[in-house]
Design a protein around this ligand. Structure first.
Ligand SMILES: Nc1ncnc2c1ncn2[C@@H]1O[C@H](COP(=O)(O)OP(=O)(O)OP(=O)(O)O)[C@@H](O)[C@H]1O
Ligand SMILES: [Mg+2]
Length: 279
């Protein structure tokens, strides 16, 4: 009988190979995922009175990543932060945090308590209190101002305050009134107050606006230190500052990602030059 040589040979894998593949798959499942996603936005849109402020926006930030967001005025950078933090609800799209948490189903307070801290553009510190007391208030979370300032100071709390003061370059200003800080120092104090909540993701909107050059450079170093232990998304127009951060950049335009990648590549992109850098 003639054998049909045109039919493809069916080779069943050797049992040993199957065993190896199964073992490798099992090992992979145990390994923590590389570049695990912490924040995931996909197809997000938001219209205000017929104007598409956010238009099919997608953004993925890994755990432990710092990302810089640039783009012209009105590009939707702040609105994107409003959506992540639950201040604004998107019309459509997915917004997920730490895997399966659907942020569109939670309000601002819940999202903050999940570990997403947000710094608005203007510093909002308690001017009538010292730097240290501002941090105590932030550490105490839900306790009332009086209870927070009167309650017994624990060793853990003191250590944490020392750490935060050092991180935000305010150790020497511990006893100073927050009202007497420079604009830049107030911004740092507010970052310190957010750190007191130990967020996994920190959103920072235009932190260096109004800062001196020295403060701006110190802020870049400070954020890089902070980003060693958590994810940070920072919106900024100051390109010198963004360059100092040395991280992946996303350029938004008309509520959509126009370009993404290393700063050199993004800033050489003709579309980015046209709508933003070449202004
Ligand atoms: N609550 C709102 N109601 C109506 N329009 C809004 C609202 N929030 C934002 N917008 C509009 O959405 C657009 C995007 O604004 P957004 O503040 O997000 O821009 P941005 O990229 O942060 O700009 P900038 O660099 O100037 O801070 C703007 O045209 C703004 O007027
Ligand atoms: Mg803005």
């Amino acid at each position: 009988m003639l054998q049909d040589n045109t039919a493809p040979a069916r080779i069943s894998p050797h049992p040993f190979a199957t065993q190896m593949a199964e073992r490798r798959a099992a090992e992979d499942r145990l390994r923590p995922p590389r570049g695990e996603t912490l924040l995931y936005l996909n197809g997000v849109s938001k219209t205000f009175d017929g104007f598409k402020a956010i238009n099919d926006l997608s953004l993925v930030v890994a755990r432990g990543e710092m990302r810089a967001i640039i783009g012209p005025n009105g590009a939707g950078k702040t609105t994107m932060m409003d959506i992540i933090t639950g201040k604004t609800r998107p019309d459509t799209g997915d917004v997920y945090f730490a895997g399966s948490t659907d942020l569109t189903r939670h309000d601002e307070a819940e999202i903050a308590s999940m570990g997403i801290g947000r710094k608005f553009q203007k510093p909002t510190v308690f001017e009538g209190h010292t730097v240290e007391d501002n941090l105590r208030l932030a550490l105490s979370g839900s306790r009332s101002i009086f209870a927070a300032l009167l309650h017994k100071r624990t060793e853990t709390e003191n250590t944490r305050i020392d750490e935060i003061l050092a991180t935000v370059r305010l150790t020497d200003k511990r006893g100073a009134s927050a009202a007497d800080l420079s604009h830049g120092q107030k911004q740092w104090l507010e970052i310190g107050m957010l750190l007191a909540q130990d967020p996994e993701l920190l959103l920072v909107d235009e932190p260096v606006a109004g800062m001196t050059d020295a403060e701006t450079e110190e802020t870049a170093r400070l954020l890089r230190e902070i980003a060693q232990t958590r994810s940070v998304v920072v919106v900024e127009h100051d390109m010198h500052f963004v360059r100092m951060l040395g991280v992946k950049v996303t350029c938004l335009h008309e509520g959509h990602v126009l370009a993404e990648g290393p700063l050199d590549a993004v800033s050489a992109d003709p579309r980015v030059i046209e709508v933003y850098l070449g202004r």
